[in-house]
Design a protein around this ligand. Structure first.
Ligand code: SAM
Length: 240
C-alpha cells in the first residue's frame, strides 16, 4: 500500500480548488488519481470517482485498492452524473475533456446538482461552453487559471452557486477569454491566444476563398479575431 500520489501540475491545480473536508465527485476519473490524492492528504475528504468506460473504471478501482482508500473513494461505473444520487455531493470536478462534453454532462445531470455548491471544470478545449453553462445555471466564476504543462495549455474554471444576488452579465468576449483571465492575463494566456490567433487567421483566409461564403460565420470569426488582437496587445506584462 502506498500513501502518496504524484499528480500532474494540471490535476494538482484542479484539486487545489476543493475545500478541506470536501465531499465531491470526480467525473471521468480514469485512474482516480485526483480523488485518491485529495483523500490521502485530507482525512475528512470523501469522493465518488465516476467513469463511463470499463478500462478506466478498472484502473480507478485498482488505484483506490492500492492506496487502501476503499472506505473514502467510491468508484462507480456510469455516464456522467448518473452515478450520483440526489444530494450526494457538494463539489463536482470534471477534468481533461472538451468543454462541450463537460457542458453536456452538467446539463444532462442537472437534477443531481441541487446540493452542489462548487463545480471545478478543466476543459481541454472550448472553455467558453463551460462558462456559458455556468452563466445560464446560476454559477458564478470565482476562480480561473491557465497553465502550461509539457507544451499544452490548460484552463481551469471554477463556478460557485449563487442565488438571489444579481451579477453583471458576462459579455461574449468575457465568455471566450474568461472574465478573470482577461483581468489578470497570465503568461500562458498570451501563449494560448497567440496560437489561437494564428489558427483563426488561417481559417478566415480559407473561408474567404470558398465559393459559397458563410458570411454570418465569417463575421463572427472576424469579430473574435479582432478581440484576440486587442487582448494580445502588449501591456507591459508579457510580449506576444
Ligand atoms: N479526469 C482525468 C484527468 O483529467 O486526467 C481523466 C481525463 S480522460 C482524458 C477523460 C475520461 O473521462 C476518460 O477516462 C473517459 O472514459 C471519461 N469519460 C468520458 N465521458 C464520460 C462520461 N460521460 N461520464 C463519465 N466519464 C466519462
Amino acid at each position: 500500500m502506498t500513501n502518496n500520489i504524484k499528480l500532474s501540475k494540471r490535476l494538482k491545480q484542479t484539486a487545489s480548488y476543493l475545500p478541506m473536508g470536501a465531499n465531491f465527485a470526480d467525473i471521468g476519473s480514469d485512474h482516480a488519481y485526483l480523488p485518491c490524492y485529495v483523500c490521502l492528504k485530507d482525512k475528512q475528504a470523501k469522493a465518488i470517482a465516476g467513469e463511463i468506460n470499463d478500462g478506466p473504471f478498472q484502473s480507478a478501482t485498482q488505484t483506490v485498492r492500492e492506496h487502501g482508500l476503499e472506505e473514502v473513494v467510491d468508484v462507480r461505473l456510469g455516464d456522467g452524473l448518473d452515478v450520483l444520487t440526489a444530494d450526494e455531493v457538494t463539489q463536482v470536478v470534471i477534468a481533461g475533456m472538451g468543454g462541450a462534453l463537460i457542458r453536456s454532462i452538467l446539463q444532462k445531470g442537472i437534477n443531481k446538482l441541487e446540493s452542489v455548491e462548487r463545480i471545478i471544470a478543466q476543459p481541454n478545449v472550448d472553455a467558453r461552453d463551460v462558462r456559458e453553462w455556468f452563466k445560464n445555471n446560476n454559477f458564478i466564476i470565482t476562480e480561473e487559471t491557465i497553465i502550461e504543462e509539457n507544451g499544452h495549455i490548460y484552463e481551469i474554471v471554477v463556478g460557485d452557486r449563487h442565488s438571489g444576488v444579481v451579477y453583471p452579465e458576462l459579455s461574449q468576449k468575457q465568455l471566450l477569454f474568461g472574465p478573470l483571465l482577461l483581468e489578470n492575463k497570465p503568461e500562458a494566456f498570451y501563449t494560448k491566444w497567440a496560437e489561437e490567433y494564428e489558427k483563426l487567421n488561417r481559417v478566415i483566409s480559407q473561408m474567404r476563398l470558398a465559393k459559397h461564403l458563410n458570411s454570418e460565420k465569417l463575421n463572427r470569426f472576424e469579430t473574435e479575431l479582432r478581440w484576440m488582437e486587442e487582448v494580445l496587445q502588449y501591456d507591459g506584462k508579457s510580449k506576444q
